[in-house]
Ligand binder design. Structure first.
Ligand code: THU
Length: 135
C-alpha cells in the first residue's frame, strides 16, 4: 500500500531545499522504491541554464546510486497553486524504470493535484527494446 500523505510531505519538504535562484520555481520529488524506501530530490539550477537538473531526475539519480532500480510511485511538488506534470525529459527518464507506476503532482499553495502514471505521460516511449540487435 502506498502511503501517499507521507510521500506528499516528503516532496513538499525537499522542495524547500531546491536551489532555484534563476527561475525561482522550486520543485521537490519523492520517489517510492519497490522496497518501501523513499528517495527525494529537488531541482538544482545553474547560471549556465541548460545545466539545470529537475527534481525528478535528482531523486532518480539518488535512488539508483543507493541501489534502488524499481519504483512504485512518485510525488512531484511544484511552486504556486497549479500542480505541474513532469517535463518531457523527466518523463523519458521515469519511463526507463518501472514497471509503470503512478505519478501524483501536487502544488505548494493549493490542494489541487494531477493523478496520472508514467505510461500515460509518455505513450509510445522509446525503450531499450528498440536497441536489441541480433548481430
Ligand atoms: N523543473 C523540475 O524540477 N521538474 C520538472 O518536471 C519541470 C521543471 C525545474 C527545472 C528548473 O529548475 C525549474 O523547474 C524551471 O523550469
Amino acid at each position: 500500500m502506498i502511503d501517499w500523505p507521507a510521500l506528499e510531505r516528503a516532496a513538499l519538504e525537499v522542495r524547500e531545499r531546491a536551489y532555484a535562484p534563476y527561475s525561482r520555481y522550486h520543485v521537490g520529488a519523492a520517489l517510492l522504491a519497490a522496497d518501501g524506501t523513499v528517495f527525494v530530490g529537488a531541482n538544482v539550477e545553474n547560471a549556465s541554464y541548460g545545466l539545470c537538473m529537475c527534481a525528478e531526475r535528482v531523486a532518480i539519480g539518488t535512488a539508483v546510486t543507493a541501489g534502488a532500480k524499481r519504483f512504485q510511485a512518485i510525488v512531484v511538488a511544484t511552486e504556486g497553486p497549479a500542480p505541474a506534470a513532469p517535463c518531457g525529459m523527466c518523463r523519458q527518464v521515469l519511463s526507463e524504470l518501472g514497471p509503470n507506476f503512478p505519478v501524483r503532482c501536487i502544488a505548494a499553495t493549493s490542494d489541487d493535484r494531477i493523478e496520472t502514471d508514467v505510461a500515460s505521460l509518455l505513450p509510445h516511449a522509446f525503450d531499450g527494446g528498440y536497441l536489441a540487435r541480433d548481430d
